[in-house]
Ligand binder design. Structure first.
Ligand SMILES: Cc1cc2nc3c(=O)[nH]c(=O)nc-3n(C[C@H](O)[C@H](O)[C@H](O)COP(=O)(O)O)c2cc1C
Length: 204
């Protein structure tokens, strides 16, 4: 009986330890490596930062990081968006409230990475109401000051809207950056399409 109790306690301790380690990884502001890189591989001076509520933008972001062998940082809201939150047809949904009130800056779960070590920021988001979601402004606020001379390449996914002025509007108060033409992908971008765009950027 004593032995069983000891084994149960050991299992509990391991679970608690692993839970803490996972929380730690989620809260660190260190970019992750794409799955085609190993521990020892050096990351490049490019970083891909993205927000994705329903995984479309995540797919594109992961393909980009794989192509460029660069770090990947996900903007995770402290309060994740539920299906109800994302219902733009419901008058009082979270997304509608955020859209109607530019003072709402959704809180981010993690600190942002130090951008001064990068030459290029590739930044992705879904188009919401023709623009970047409010949490992208939270990212910019937390990342301030954005380093002078940083090259910023935006990308987005959307149902049908173009990227339009969403990136220009998002970065309108950020001075001295080199904001480039962006790319809009459809809901489920293919690896080939993303790879072709990345190649056209001539970043390697
Ligand atoms: C609140 C909200 C607003 C949206 N507004 C637009 C829009 O204006 N134009 C459009 O083409 N798609 C719009 N969409 C669709 C998203 O842009 C599209 O599903 C996107 O790929 C989602 O990316 P994600 O899976 O990375 O979150 C909207 C979706 C939501 C939830």
């Amino acid at each position: 009986m004593k032995k069983i109790l000891l084994i149960a306690m050991a299992i509990l301790a391991i679970c608690l330890f692993m839970g803490c380690e996972n929380d730690k990884a989620e809260n660190e502001n260190i970019p992750t490596k794409p799955s085609n890189m190993t521990e020892g591989d050096e990351l490049s001076d490019i970083i891909v930062v993205y927000f994705s509520a329903t995984n479309n933008t995540r797919t594109a972001a992961e393909y980009i990081a794989k192509e460029l062998h660069c770090g990947l940082f996900e903007i995770v809201p402290t309060q994740k968006y539920t299906k109800e939150d994302l219902d733009w047809q419901a008058e009082n949904s979270r997304v509608n409230k955020e859209h109607d009130n530019p003072n709402i800056l959704p809180e981010m779960q993690r600190m942002v990475p130090e951008l001064s070590v990068y030459k290029t920021l590739i930044i992705g988001y879904p188009i919401w109401y023709g623009e970047a979601p409010s949490i992208m402004r939270s990212f910019l606020k937390n990342a301030a000051p954005i380093p002078n001379g940083l090259t910023v390449i935006p990308f987005c996914t959307s149902h049908s809207s173009p990227m339009g002025n969403s990136a220009k509007n998002l970065f309108k108060d950020v001075k001295n950056i080199n904001l480039q033409e962006g790319k809009r992908f459809e809901l489920e971008p293919s690896q080939e399409e993303v790879a072709e765009w990345v190649k056209s950027l001539n970043l390697k």
